[in-house]
Design a protein around this ligand. Sequence first.
Ligand SMILES: O=C(O)CCC(=O)C(=O)O
Ligand SMILES: [Fe+2]
Length: 286
Amino acid sequence: MSAAALPRVGTGTALEKVVEILEDAGCVIIEDFATADTLAGLRADLEPILDDARYCAKGYDGHLTRRVSSLFRRTEHLTPVVTQPLYLGAARAIMQKPSHMWVGRARIEVTPNIQLSATQAIRIDPGQGRQPLHRDDSLHLRRHPGPTSRVQLMLAMTEFTAENGATLVIPGSHLWDDETPPAYSDALPAVMPAGSCLIWLGGVYHGGGANRSDRPRVSLTVSLDLGNLRPEENQFLAVPRETALALPEELQRLLGYDVCPPGVGWYEMEDPRLALIEPGVEPALR
Ligand SMILES: O=C(O)CCC(=O)C(=O)O
Ligand SMILES: [Fe+2]
């Protein structure tokens, strides 16, 4: 599928329409998504932290890109973004599909919930090349086409243009199989003013664009995942830190102080075991 521009709606659009667009195109831009106050609060809280952050170490993340995570700890202005009815409502409608199972001779209907997955502010500086196109649900090695396990949002904190690194998206690519490599020629830039956002499904090929302008492109991303992509027992609450510290490394990693390839479970974008063994020291600030 290709289109001249990504689908685009206003905040007054009916949720059912947004869900329909997302299920068909896999992506949508929502104009004026954040209020001016929310946007100003996010910029005031996060831009100084981005200024101090180091450039990413991995080429995939961008050597001229700065990223800051743990956003709920760093700003009080994220709540209206995550709970905006078109985002949260679409994520629920798309992922919370009823399923069923047999328990003895009883046929039980179950509807999963959803959970917050990652929060990250991203600043793409001038000179940064384009990111490889990828699917974010590859983090959970999801197969395609298949049920959606992630609905993600990218809020433009500064204007997104084709020149400054607007996210590149291949509409409809959530419906592709797993043998078709993505091509930049099929991707369209999510051009939008500050305060607007791009919502896309985890199976959609996308990536950060190249910043050929002379100003940084600043944004934040939030992902919501299917609620059952997690352990049965909450080990972080079940096992106190002091108990975990006394365990062998292999068991610490089994408890969840580990990153599952290709990249699930990080803390401050690094191995969470570093934070366990050196409490109070944030890996990103070392
Ligand atoms: O910064 C962007 O526009 C996209 C970033 C992205 O897709 C990622 O890091 O997974
Ligand atoms: Fe991504």
